[in-house]
Design a protein. Sequence first.
Length: 212
Amino acid sequence: MEYEPDFTYKIIVIGSYQTGKTSIVEKYINDIFIEKQHTTIGVDFKVKMCEYDNKLIKIYIWDTAGQERFMTIVSSYYRTINGAILVFDLNDKESFNMLYIWMKKLEQNKNNKEINVILVGNKCDLHCDVVSENDILEFMEKSIYPISYIKTSAKTGHNINKIFDTIVQNMYENNSQTNLKKSSDTFQLDNNNTNVTSGYWAYLKYLNFGCW
């Protein structure tokens, strides 16, 4: 018997080709990792039921193609989303540089003013990072959205559940904070340079640079 969810959220997974977007989604949904994953053509679709704060939440996940020729197709899915998971490969600087283009497309095409964004540095199991912490901080500081950063490995499963647990929590908490003004937010790092805090987004404690 399937129960009716208390909340329904729509999440899009975006980023460049071969950053591991599909592997992340497959690991979360089915707990499997396929070494040679088929290339996503356009957009793939997954559904997952989860719980938070004693509420039943259904999340719709759009896993998108990373090739530039599919950007127009992918952009049409931005309009009704509640959250975006932005993925880059820690071992591929170009995939990180492309994040600025993906964010620009998101801003140009989304309808929802309150978008929750998770930045994901994938493939930390390879241990040959070419994207620095300063690069990541600079990207986050330039973003118009509050962002949580999580370092992951779809292959080992490291922090994969944390991506979706975090974005579900953020979307849920955002619903309960709509009476607060987001315009007053300012980004700042705490003394340990581990957490991003800003206004009512101060509960976000997920800026992790370590791979543990």
